[in-house]
Design a binder for this molecule. Structure first.
Ligand code: IPM
Ligand code: MG
Length: 384
């Protein structure tokens, strides 16, 4: 590619991002689930261990919402076809028919999907996660991490549609020696994630919000992100606001004296990706954490781990730990207004995982299967 072709490509990318800004400006307020006659919950298995663990979370949701389904207030819609084979076949991150089905739902429970990278046997198509977040404009990636006996109670608000991810598959190769990627920050995109974090803090009695950037070096995009966080913070005078750089924040999460001060954190996309994996590790690993991807019209709930193809190759998928996607199901229930069911499920999980431990997941035949574990959780729900 010569310089003028690169400049032309850059101009097209700028054009598309300007259109996205206009779309954000025009978006309506958050959907009010209490005003819907019926809430449609999409269930998408994904690939690798995804279908096995998602099936278990789906069974638990059906169990908890049985009365609502009978009364016609909730409907489940199982959506097939978001597999790596199918995505490769049509050469799309999300096949069109799958996207159409997703758009008929209000909320989605999604299993992990394989993300091809350079050197894999698959063509280098965009991650289905990243594509879904963009297509459904799921701008807030909310990831709670709590370890009560260590005093850890963090809620991460990771910006989910911009930063280094916005054009992650649209980098420019100038020649063999020179390549560029882009990082995108908009006023509107930063403002809506900052506001979501502060609103959450206000509603949940959290007295501190922290922004995490590298604005001292990545001056333009992170600088904008931080500036908008500061501006939004001034509208919430009762909440203490501070900001940290991502490098020292990564260290401070390990500092037992300092880390318990953090409550709600706002981060650009890539830092949020990295820091939430580190944070989940204190709670027992990425297999234990759920993740909510929230937009104004749609919301999607997923496990934060990958599709573990090796477990499937070794015939161990039925031993995959469903905890992370079940935690995601807790967040889904709470998001659509079924807080009592969400609390019950969360409590049952804590009993099974940390107190009783009658069954343990080891990822192989030395431990329970995903189905046995889900049964254990449902039996626990019945007796609490
Ligand atoms: C996550 C995952 C995804 C991401 C991958 C699978 C593309 O790591 O949800 O954190 O980077 O966002
Ligand atoms: Mg990640």
């Amino acid at each position: 590619m010569d310089i003028s072709a690169s400049v032309q490509k850059f101009a097209e990318l700028v054009e598309r991002q300007l259109q996205r800004v206009e779309k954000i400006k025009a978006e309506k307020d958050f959907l009010d689930y209490s005003k819907l006659d019926k809430i449609i919950i999409g269930v998408v298995g994904g690939d690798g261990i995804g279908p096995a663990i998602t099936h278990e979370a789906h069974r638990i949701l059906e169990f908890l919402l049985a009365d609502e389904v009978k009364a016609g207030k909730v409907e489940f819609k199982v959506i097939e076809g978001l597999t790596i084979e199918n995505r490769v076949k049509v050469n799309k991150a999300i096949p069109d028919d799958v996207l159409d089905e997703l758009k008929k739902c209000h909320v989605i429970l999604k299993g992990p999907t394989t993300t091809p990278r350079k050197g894999d046997p698959w063509p280098n198509i965009e991650s289905a996660n990243v594509a879904m977040r963009k297509e459904l404009d799921l701008f807030a990636n909310v990831r709670p991490v709590s370890v009560p006996d260590k005093g850890i109670d963090w809620t991460f608000f990771r910006e989910n549609t911009e930063g280094s991810y916005a054009l992650g598959s649209d980098g420019v190769q100038i020649n063999d020696d020179l390549v560029f990627d882009f990082c995108v920050t908009t006023t509107e995109g930063s403002e809506r994630i900052a506001r979501a974090a502060f609103e959450f803090a206000r509603k949940n009695g959290k007295n501190k919000v922290t922004a995490v950037t590298k604005a001292n070096v990545v001056k333009t995009t992170d600088g904008k992100f931080l500036e908008i966080c500061q501006k939004v913070a001034s509208e919430y005078p009762e909440i203490e606001f501070d900001d940290w750089y991502i490098d020292i924040m990564t260290a401070k999460l390990v500092d037992e004296k300092r880390r318990t001060n953090f409550k709600v954190l706002i981060l650009p996309n890539l830092y949020g990706d990295i820091l939430t994996d580190e944070a989940a590790e204190f709670q027992g690993g990425v297999g234990t954490a759920g993740s909510a991807n929230i937009g104004k019209r749609y919301a999607m709930f997923e496990a934060i781990h990958g599709s573990a193809p090796r477990m499937v190759q070794e015939g161990r998928d039925k031993y995959a730990d469903p905890s992370s996607i079940i935690r995601a199901a807790v967040m889904l229930l709470s998001h659509i207004g079924y807080q009592a069911q969400a609390d019950k499920l969360a409590k049952a999980m804590d009993i099974c995982m940390f107190e009783e431990k009658k069954l343990v997941m080891t990822g192989r035949d030395t431990g329970a299967t995903s189905a046995e574990y889900a049964d254990y959780i449902m039996e626990t729900i019945k007796r609490i």
